[in-house]
Design a protein around this ligand. Structure first.
Ligand code: ZN
Length: 181
C-alpha cells in the first residue's frame, strides 16, 4: 500500500480542487491516495477509515502507521500506546464493525448541500456510501455516475457514463477547464 500511486482518476479529482470546483471527496478507500494526489486532508471524508493511521483502542490516540510498523520491525509483538497501555489497531473499519458516525453524518450533510454529485468508480452497492448520491439527488443536486459497469442508481442519474474513471474524468475536467479560460 505504501507503494500505491495515485491514478489518473485521483489526479483528475485533485485537479477539480485546484480549479475551485471540489467541495469534498467521500471515499470508501483506506489508501489515502486522494490526499497524496493533492486533495487537502480536510476535504476527504473516509467512510471506511484509513490505513495511514493507527488508533489506540483505549483512548483513541492516533499515530502514523509507519511509526508503529517500525516498532513491530524492532520486535514489538502487540504495539501498545505508551501513555495508557492500550492496544494500537489500524484506523480502518473491519468487516462487521459499525461505520464511523461522524464521517457518515458529515458525508450526509455535504451530499444534501451540494449542487452536483459526481460518482467516480463505484458500483454503488456498499452502504452507507451508496446512499450519498440518493441523498444528493433528493436534495436537488445534479447526479453524474461514472463507472465501468451499470449501477443500481443509474436510473436516478442525470448522466451515467460506463467507462474507466480516469480517462472519462480527465476528459470532463479538460472541458471544464477550457470553459473557464
Ligand atoms: Zn490509549
Amino acid at each position: 500500500m505504501a507503494k500505491a500511486k495515485p491514478n489518473p482518476g485521483h489526479k483528475a479529482i485533485a485537479e477539480l480542487d485546484s480549479i475551485g470546483k471540489l467541495d469534498c471527496v467521500i471515499t470508501q478507500n483506506i489508501d489515502g491516495l486522494h490526499q497524496r494526489s493533492g486533495v487537502p486532508e480536510e476535504k476527504v471524508i473516509e467512510l471506511h477509515g484509513t490505513a495511514r493511521w493507527v488508533n489506540c483502542l483505549e483512548c483513541g490516540q492516533r499515530y502514523p502507521r509507519e511509526q508503529i510498523e517500525e516498532r513491530i520491525k524492532g520486535g514489538t509483538k502487540v504495539p501498545r500506546y505508551d501513555s495508557c497501555g492500550g492496544i494500537m489497531k489500524p484506523a480502518t473499519i473491519s468487516f462487521g464493525q459499525a461505520m464511523p458516525e461522524q464521517e457518515t453524518r458529515q458525508a450526509e450533510d455535504r451530499a444534501s448541500a451540494c449542487d452536483l454529485f459526481l460518482v467516480a468508480g463505484s458500483s454503488l452497492v456498499v452502504y452507507p456510501a451508496a446512499q450519498m448520491p440518493i441523498i444528493a439527488k433528493e436534495s436537488g443536486a445534479g447526479l453524474i455516475i461514472i463507472n465501468l459497469t451499470p449501477t443500481p442508481h443509474d436510473p436516478y442519474a442525470d448522466i451515467a457514463i460506463h467507462d474507466k474513471t480516469g480517462p472519462a474524468l480527465s476528459q470532463i475536467i479538460n472541458r471544464v477547464k477550457a470553459s473557464l479560460s
